[in-house]
Design a protein. Sequence first.
Length: 100
Amino acid sequence: MRFAFEGIYDVCLALRSEARVIGNDANADDKSLVMITGANSGGKSTLLRSIGLAQLMTQCGMFVGAEAFRANVGKGLFTHFIREEDDSMTSGKLDEELAE
């Protein structure tokens, strides 16, 4: 399996933000599992959104929001509609998305 990127960023965030958006790098070629961890508000959900958007754009034959992006094209792309973040703070956005 091919999956690696340099400087990947959330294109929706880049369009809304006046500040420069900082990208992420990873090389997960031939890896069957990748764990994304970090502090609250550390950018985990933004990274996952960046990866999802890049994969969708790749599947459509579009340019992606990254300096470099390499991934296999899949037979399907599955997603869900997100809800607003838990205002009671009983769980974080990543926790909610993983539960769904």
